[in-house]
Design a protein around this ligand. Structure first.
Ligand SMILES: Cc1cc2nc3c(=O)[nH]c(=O)nc-3n(C[C@H](O)[C@H](O)[C@H](O)COP(=O)(O)OP(=O)(O)OC[C@H]3O[C@@H](n4cnc5c(N)ncnc54)[C@H](O)[C@@H]3O)c2cc1C
Length: 567
């Protein structure tokens, strides 16, 4: 998206069709005088002069303004011109989701017509949305819808220059998108008039991707952490304060824990390596999550959960991965980069697990569109009567093959090694051998997946024959195991044979003795072998790898956090 010059603002500026009046009203609501009065009790009146700048892009801890008389305009400045984004009159209010997180402002807020506003600082706005449910609904909905529109139209403080053929550009795009940060994108291979920009900022082709922030900061081929620092994702978050609970990982389990902890008055900090949403955030559609009969994209679910956590005051640090757990004494501490140690009274480990994936170039295109990492009743229904591939030689692959063979026309079981004996239980091997619907193909691996919107064809290679076969198969189950995010825990908590975290009743007396469990009581349901440290979601041994179970465990963990804090 390239710059446009300022024009009289209408809601169409934000791409809202004029017919969608109710959508416009929800994005730009006009409060009643009674509602304005309730807000006034949390702030103070401030006269405004025409042309007065109330907020500049990059400003932190930006106040919330309700216009009582006169008008205010929202503009995106750039070095050559301005884009008018919205215009507010009496009864309307400024702001979008950054106001909840305390991140720097994206756009300029300027008086368009003299009058008066009510100014409310961020802390008091948070208190208001936590206590006044009617205003909370109106304000939160407007904030979320405004952010969605800013993202859709690339209206923010970032211009990204790159090439769609460059994997680093795709990484930066994914990072900004998954963090819900609006940006405009200029494709060096396709957009005209790029040369001016390259000359102005002395950018060479080898520098891409290049991120230009607020028209002045230029980052060449930046890391995710440099982007987060530049855009102030973590600004204003105190890393030294002892928290009631530090949550490691902002996937469904971590975000659910953050929402429950913050809404129940605990002081919460979440540490996340990449972006809120975890694995679920990369899922194009989650169809089995309760309450969403038509499905919801992982990104939308994560965005809502993230905003909800921030509404209740949880703080989330992005690109801060936990590198070590200091567990010798209380308060515990989690080391993040730069040797900073974040102290915590209790901890929830929600670092998930990553599936081992074969190196097939376009694999992610077909995830949930023909490629699956689990074989449940739902997936079995999708491929009823069709041929399927199960890849993997362990017990989970064997169970999946036997299960799918009940409904699929044929199951091709692909194993890279020369047989199953080393990796699978005898009873499963027998069932596979005896099942006419399962064809075992040893020394074989997938080399390519093909299709447009859904997987249509699979190519595999038999290493002995050195031949490649192509089959019209629309469903592939990758059952090659998952690696839990536990490498950094360094002996602090007991793990099972596959390095997942053991909790509650799964901890044997031997585990507790080895861990020097110091308390008379047994570990709580999701508690690890270290008192006050819990595990939730995919990282926990025996967990059902589903969004709903991760959310459930994250929420349940908080009730035990309360118990530990009161011990
Ligand atoms: C392609 C795909 C599709 C799926 N579809 C569905 C579906 O349709 N329905 C369903 O119910 N389930 C689905 N699942 C499973 C579901 O996504 C997971 O069960 C769920 O995301 C687990 O949540 P979690 O919070 O435990 O872990 P994760 O979602 O894995 O989140 C863990 C988070 O921790 C962060 N992290 C890891 N290590 C560190 C560290 N050291 N420091 C800081 N942060 C760290 C990660 O960056 C990540 O954000 C799917 C999974 C995949 C891969």
């Amino acid at each position: 998206m390239t710059e446009t010059s300022a024009s009289p603002v209408t809601h169409a500026t934000l791409g809202v069709p004029s017919t969608l009046t109710s959508g416009v009203e929800r994005m730009f609501p006009t409060l009643t005088s009674a509602q304005v009065e309730r807000i006034a009790a949390h702030g103070h009146a401030r006269p405004i002069r025409p042309g007065e700048v109330l907020v500049q892009p990059g400003d932190q801890n930006v106040p919330f303004f309700v216009i009582t008389t006169g008008g205010v305009e929202i503009v995106r400045p750039s070095s050559s011109n301005e884009t008018l984004v919205a215009l507010y009159g009496p009864g309307q209010f400024t702001g979008e989701v950054n106001m909840l997180s305390g991140r720097p402002a994206l756009l300029r807020v300027r008086t368009s017509e003299a009058g008066e506003v009510i100014e409310v600082d961020r802390e008091r706005l948070l208190a208001l949305v936590q206590t006044d449910s009617q205003l909370s609904e109106i304000i939160m909905r407007a904030f979320i819808l405004r952010r969605v529109e800013l993202i859709a139209h690339g209206l923010g403080d970032v211009v990204l220059l790159g090439s769609n053929h460059c994997s680093e550009t795709l990484r930066v795009k994914e990072f900004l998108t998954r963090n819900g940060h609006p940006y405009s994108y200029i494709d060096l291979d396709r957009d005209d008039g790029v040369q001016d920009l390259l000359d102005r900022f002395h950018i060479a082709a080898a520098d891409v991707p290049v991120l230009i922030s607020r028209g002045e900061v230029v980052l060449r081929s930046p890391t995710n952490q440099q982007i987060a620092d530049c855009l102030g994702f973590n600004e204003g978050i105190d890393q030294t304060q002892i928290r009631d609970v530090v949550i490691v990982g902002a996937g469904p389990a971590g975000l659910a824990a953050a929402v429950y902890a913050a809404s129940e008055g605990l002081d919460v900090l979440v540490l996340e390596t990449n972006a809120p949403g975890g694995q679920a955030g990369s899922s194009s559609k989650i169809e089995n999550y309760l309450g969403f009969p038509t499905g919801i994209s992982g990104q939308a679910l994560a965005g809502r959960a993230y905003t909800q956590a921030q509404k209740f005051g949880a703080q989330v640090m992005i690109t801060k991965d936990a590198k070590r757990l200091w567990c010798e004494r209380k308060p515990y501490a989690i080391e993040i980069d730069g040797n900073v140690r974040v102290p915590a009274r209790t901890i929830i480990l929600a670092t998930g697990a990553s599936y081992r994936k074969p190196s097939i170039e376009n694999l992610s295109l077909f995830e949930n569109a023909g490629v699956y990492y689990g074989a449940t009743f739902m997936e079995a229904q999708l491929c009823r009567g069709e041929e399927v591939v199960v890849m993997g030689g362990g017990n989970s692959a064997g169970q999946a093959a036997v299960f799918l063979a009940q409904t699929a026309k044929r199951v091709h079981m692909l194993v890279r090694s020369k047989g199953l004996a080393e990796s699978m239980s005898r009873y499963l091997i027998r069932r596979i051998e005896q099942n006419p619907a399962i064809v075992l193909r040893t020394n074989t691996e997938i080399v390519a997946l093909e299709g447009s919107r859904h997987l249509e064809r699979v190519r595999w290679r038999d290493q002995r024959a050195a031949s490649i076969e192509t089959h019209d198969i629309r469903h592939v189950f990758l059952m090659t195991g998952a690696v839990p995010g536990t490498q950094w825990l360094d002996g602090c908590v007991a793990l099972d044979a596959n390095e997942f975290i053991k909790t509650g009743p799964d901890l044997s007396q031997d585990d507790l003795t080895a861990a020097h469990w110091p308390l008379a009581r047994a570990p709580h349901l999701l508690e690890t072998s270290l008192p006050g440290v819990f595990a939730a979601g995919d990282v926990r041994g025996g967990n059902i790898k589903r969004v709903a179970s991760a959310v459930g465990e994250g929420s349940i963990a908080i009730s035990f956090v309360h118990q530990v804090l009161s011990e």
